[in-house]
Every structure is written in structure tokens, then in C-alpha cells.
Design a protein. Sequence first.
Length: 358
Amino acid sequence: MAASPIDTYRREIEKALQAGNATEHTHRPALKTLIQSLASGVTATNEPKHVECGAPDFIISRKAQHGLMTLGYLEAKDVGKDLIEIERSDQMKRYLPALPNLILTDYLEFRWYVAGERRQSARLARVAKGGKLAPEQDGPEAVTDLLTAFLTHEAQPINTPKELALRMARLTHFIRDMIVTAFDVQSASATLRDLHKAFEKALIPNLPIPQFADMFAQTLAYGLFAARCNHRGLRGSFKRLGAAAEIPKTNPFLRQLFETITGNALDEEPFVGFVDDLAQLLADTEMDAVLADFGKRTAREDPVVHFYETFLAAYDPKLRESRGVYYTPEPVVSYIVRSVDYLLKTRFGCVNGLLLAS
């Protein structure tokens, strides 16, 4: 009788431990094989380039109708590491808010987090003398159940502006931080360096890297939102590639910039998977329900303009306050404009009011 995937995995870990020279990287092939054996069409990708820039060790994805879809992420530490301590680390404080489906493991204990909260834990075995593994009672079944639940987990659909803004903000933070790290470890691509220079030339001389990363990440996020608002395809079909064509022609600057930063050149960036996750988040959003909220006051309100206040409140409330980004309802704007027009005509002798003043 053939051994189950979890038993094969345990034997591989035990063999490596008994050799006496194993590191956390030693066990990654065995973990990759285990994950991929538990569900059809699943791929566990371990990419050193994105790990170097501050991403989890594995991205878990699955073939879908419109390409690969991210299922979740997995962060692996060396056997015997204290996961309670790691759970409190700055690294996990970054991961938990941003990544809605995540596993932390030392290859023997597995902790599964959904939307930042630990949902389930299971232990396969404990290390005994000489590197042998002492199996936990019901450990193989518990770990298999946890991993299966992780692989089949589906996030609740988003149907409110506030929830969409919160989820977008978390991923945008993550992309921003990865860009900063790429410059810090001197692994930023030529494309990123050229874009930084272009931002310095067109916008702010001597632009600090953190501010560039912030502007770049926000442009990515908000450009994708604007494109998604104009997307007329089936729900789930929206993608990063091609999104630039769906930016409104009334915003030529954003459209041109977006063509540059979301095209094929982005495929080589370590953070591209998270940009695609952002696009997938928007693709799966019940956008009609989200946009309906903007029409509760007046159907003329522009959701792309109005949503920026909601997004910035979730992304960086202090930045919103410093920039004065607060939405003014159209009836109020209309009243202000009409009042100014009236005062120009009656108090300042401008017969045509704002028409002449402009």
C-alpha cells in the first residue's frame, strides 16, 4: 500500500534531520511536494527574489478560467522555531493584515490565519533523540485537514466601499514596502530605477525612495480601481494586463502612466504577484453593489473621485488629513458655485458671474 502524502512528507523531514545538517531551506522541496499533492492544479512557488524583498516563502496558486489565481501564502521557519515568538514579530505584523489566507509553519507545526486571525493549528510530530520524529496522535489527519481547508478557502465577496478600501489598502501597503526593500537591498530593477528618475523629473526633485514607493503603489492601486469601474467583462475576468485600456480617456495622464507601470515589464518585478492579487481582488468584488453606495445621494457623483477619500482613510488617515482629501457632496458644491456666481453678479459687478470670472 502506497504511503500517503503526509507520511511521505514526514519521512523526508525526518531523513533530513537525521543527516544533521538541515536548514529551513532543506525542507522546502518536501513541503512544496506535499502542498501540490493535496489538491489538483495547485502550484506552490518558492521565489527567492520576492522573498528577498519581504514576501512570504511560498505563493500558493491554482489554475483558473482566466489564468493563475492566488489561493494563499505560506511562511516557513526552521524546525523547532518558536512560532509564538515569530507570530509577534514585525514580519508577521506586516503579513497578517495584508494577506487574508496565510500559513506559518516550522514544517512540523502549522498555524493557519484567515483575515489576520488564527483559525486553526495542528502539529504533525515532535523532534526526538537523533533527529527521529515522534508523531502526534491524530497529527497526520489534523495537518492534512488544515492544509486542505487552507487550499479550499474562499474569501467572502466584497460589496461595500469600506471593505474594498480596507482590502486594497492592505495589499497596497505590502507592495509599497516591497518596493522600499528592493531599493534597500539594491535589487531594484532598471524599470523601477528609471521610474523613480521620471517621478523626480516630472513631480518632485530628489524624491525619497519611501515617498516614491508610496506614490507608485497608490497609483497602481487606484489605477486598477479606475479601470475596474469601467470594466464591462464578466465578473472575475478583470486582469492587470490590459487594464490600462480601461482607464477613462478623460484622464490621459493616469492612462499613459498606467500603460507604463502595468505592462509586461512589471512581470519581472518581485511584487508583481501582489499587484495581480490586487487585480484579482477587484475582479471578484461585487462592483455594482460597491458603486451603488455612491448613488444613494445623487446619481451624478463620480465613484472614482469619491472613492479616493474612502481608500486614503484606510491606507493612511494622516495623509488624507494633511492633503485635505474629504469628499464634498455635489449638492453642496452646486450651492457653493451658485452662491459665488450670485455674489459676483450682485456685489462685484460681474454681469456674467463665473462665466466672466473664468
